[in-house]
Design a protein around this ligand. Structure first.
Ligand code: GRF
Length: 207
């Protein structure tokens, strides 16, 4: 990629890291014209950290316990991101709310994937609440992160049908399968400079 500036990506993950894995695979396959150079977790034993290490990506555990306030933790996080000259922050199952300090510094440069069709079912129980409500269609939403809970501009969405005998686990598994395709696509659009945000709306420019 000589002559081209590669987008430097950091992924923040608290858990399994299967979305992280899909992103790393897509990047290795050349489907993302950016490089994941840093993975950070707030949980020491997050499988996401091992997944990163196995693929030779720097993996960092940042323990939140010494910080009484969210903003204090986020300042350290921000320092790490800036030291690594990160252009895009990708949240993949990161179970902490971000404070304004981070969101302002990376305005429209932080993405998240949510396992429901926003604005329906925001928050941590998106899959079970959709199931309990009885919707016929749910899905996933990749969006930019603002200061609300799952309220930022929508980048891409994909519908996933809810089946009659679905359990939360079954539905979440199919939603995740959709996320594995959708998230790398959204990241690639960002890397190509094709996303433009105006107010609530995110426009995709022609490639
Ligand atoms: C995903 O379903 C994502 O939508 C939600 O958390 C889950 C993370 O799963 N925010 P994994 O850690 O990527 O397997």
């Amino acid at each position: 990629m000589r002559g081209e500036i590669m987008t430097k990506i950091a992924v923040l993950a608290s858990g399994e890291g299967t979305n992280l894995e899909a992103i790393l695979e897509a990047a290795e396959a050349g489907e993302i014209s950016g490089r994941v150079v840093l993975v950070i977790s707030d949980r020491k034993k997050a499988p996401a950290l091992d997944r990163a290490r196995r693929r030779g990506v720097e993996a960092l555990w940042l323990d939140p316990r010494p910080y009484r306030e969210r903003a204090a933790y986020d300042r350290i996080l921000l320092e790490k991101l800036q030291q690594a000259r990160i252009d895009l922050v990708v949240l993949a199952g990161f179970m902490r709310l971000l404070s304004p300090v981070l969101i302002k510094a990376y305005s429209n440069r932080i993405m998240n994937t949510h396992p429901a069709l926003l604005p329906a079912f925001p928050g941590v129980a998106g899959v079970s609440e959709a199931l309990a409500y009885g919707v016929r269609v749910s899905g996933c939403t990749v969006h930019f992160v603002d200061e609300g809970i799952d309220t930022g501009p929508v980048i891409l969405q994909e519908a996933v049908p809810v089946l009659q005998n679905d359990t939360e686990e079954m539905l979440h598994r199919r939603i995740k399968a959709a996320e594995y395709l959708l998230y790398p696509r959204a990241i690639e659009l960002f890397c190509r400079g094709r996303l433009r945000v105006e107010g609530r709306r995110c426009y995709i420019e022609r490639g």
